[in-house]
Design a protein around this ligand. Structure first.
Ligand code: LLP
Length: 439
């Protein structure tokens, strides 16, 4: 037997605890793991693996819960399209009354294609091009969140050329630590995002004098996967102080975009509560007569998506479980050391004695690892697993590295399901490539 360092899984939730913490999942003796009302093995049987599965009912319920928490504030939800930009996902949110937060021309057009009106779309991002600004203004976008003085000038020029008025919010960098992973924190002074807090008042006044621009509010987004309200409270307090100062100086400020970042429980811990976020918003802005907005992504879609995969083989006395999904499909473990629950699809496989295994993909990189030292029941070749909470920053961050075609995507809604993206073929991989004549 190979010699490995001892592993500890003491703090990790069991398969049963993972399922119990997720109301959209259940384990049944015959059907195995069920998402909403659909046994996931049916989808894997018909579409093969790896395959993504999204729960529309779960997304709808999460949007409804968020809207209920924000209702008393009259706050609007702009879904952060970057978390999962599939047209069917956007349609679920459009039907639920959400607008969109986009960061590129492509995301803007996806949101429009799914039926989200331009006047329900906010455009964020540090590097909007003049073409993207023109596209958004031409369609009558609700708001551009401006991240620099240079961008403000670009917007003024484009808007003037088009004969439009751009409603802009200044995205401030409140210099608070969101207490999350370094690669997904955005609200610290050293991050590239937003306008330095101390520069914001002068820039707002400058914007008010620019042709084609109407400053309407303040925006912030301090980071992602935030699990407590303290960083929100700190950032909101700074924004509220700025708005008071702007108003005292005679400026008009009518909107406050509170950003996204609400975290989810990847283990069996509870996620962040929308009620707590709403409470922080009410405390900071409640009496200010502002149109409030939020722009969450992960919280709405993360738990609603799973990546199903099959065990190809085991090696090293079953210490390594090699599955047919890989880091090109779901890069979060490799990129952020993210922990994702892994649950067998069959009830029989879910109850056996556990041993500590590494669940790895087939790609030629050591970081192609989904779990290290994870206590899982025996997973023989051909058995299947679901990688949980992969609905946010999953398929959108995928690549075809190692010439691996992109998996199919299925959408479940209650007890119905259908394919919402076909599996890529090998021919698709090179369909847009040409070999030049001189070769
Ligand atoms: N608004 C802005 C301006 C953003 O930059 C982001 C995310 C959001 C809203 C939505 O944040 P959420 O509610 O989803 O946390 N790929 C990373 C997360 C990157 C987040 C980037 N910005 C991950 O897989 O954890």
């Amino acid at each position: 037997m190979a010699n490995f360092a001892p592993l500890s899984s003491a703090d990790e939730p069991s398969v049963a605890a993972l399922i119990a913490a997720r109301p959209h999942l259940s384990m049944h003796a015959f059907d195995g793991l069920v998402l909403e009302g659909v046994p996931l093995s049916h989808i894997a049987d018909q579409l093969g693996t790896p395959v993504w599965v999204y729960g529309a009912g779960t997304m709808r319920a999460r949007l409804a819960a968020l809207k209920a928490a924000l209702h008393g504030l009259g706050a609007e939800v702009h879904y952060a399209v970057k978390a999962n930009d599939h047209l069917a996902v956007l349609k679920v949110f459009a039907q639920g009354g959400a607008g969109a937060d986009v960061v590129s021309g492509g995301e803007f057009l996806r949101a429009r294609k799914a039926g989200i009106a331009a006047d329900h779309i906010v455009f964020s991002g540090v590097g909007k091009t003049t073409d993207e600004i023109a596209l958004a203004l031409g369609e009558g976008i609700f708001q551009l969140n401006v991240e620099s003085a240079a961008e403000l000038d670009m917007i003024s020029q484009v808007a003037t050329t088009l004969g439009r008025t751009a409603r802009v919010a200044l995205r401030i960098n409140p210099d608070v630590d969101a207490g999350t992973h370094a690669k997904i924190t955005t609200g610290k002074a050293e991050n590239k995002f937003g306008i330095p807090y101390d520069d914001a008042a002068a820039l707002y006044a400058h914007a008010a004098g620019l042709p084609g621009v109407e400053p309407v509010g303040i925006a912030l987004h301090i980071g992602s996967q935030i699990l407590n309200t303290a960083p929100y409270r700190a950032a909101f307090a700074r924004a509220a102080a700025l708005i008071r100062a702007l108003r005292a100086g005679g400026q008009t400020v009518t909107r406050m975009d509170c950003g996204g970042g609400i975290g989810i429980g990847y283990g069996d811990e509870p996620g962040a509560s929308p009620d707590a976020l709403a409470g922080a918003m009410r405390q900071a802005f409640g009496a200010m007569g502002l149109q409030l907005m939020v722009e969450p992504g992960r919280w709405l879609v993360g738990p609603a998506g799973l990546l199903l995969s099959s065990v190809v083989l085991t090696k090293g006395d079953a210490r390594f479980v090699v599955i047919d999904a890989a880091m090109n499909d779901l890069i979060r473990p490799a990129m952020y050391d993210a922990w994702h629950g892994i649950v067998p699809l069959s009830a029989g496989n879910a109850v056996g004695a556990t041993s500590l295994v590494d669940v790895v993909g087939p790609i030629c990189e050591s970081s192609d690892t989904f779990a290290t030292g994870r206590a899982l029941p025996a997973m023989p070749a051909g058995s299947r697993v679901a990688i949980l909470d992969a609905g946010a920053y999953g398929a959108v961050m995928a690549s075809t590295y190692n010439a691996r075609p992109q998996p199919a995507i299925a959408m479940v809604d209650g007890d119905r399901w259908t394919v919402i993206r076909r599996r890529q073929t090998y021919e698709d991989l090179w369909a847009s490539e040409t070999i030049p004549d001189f070769l």
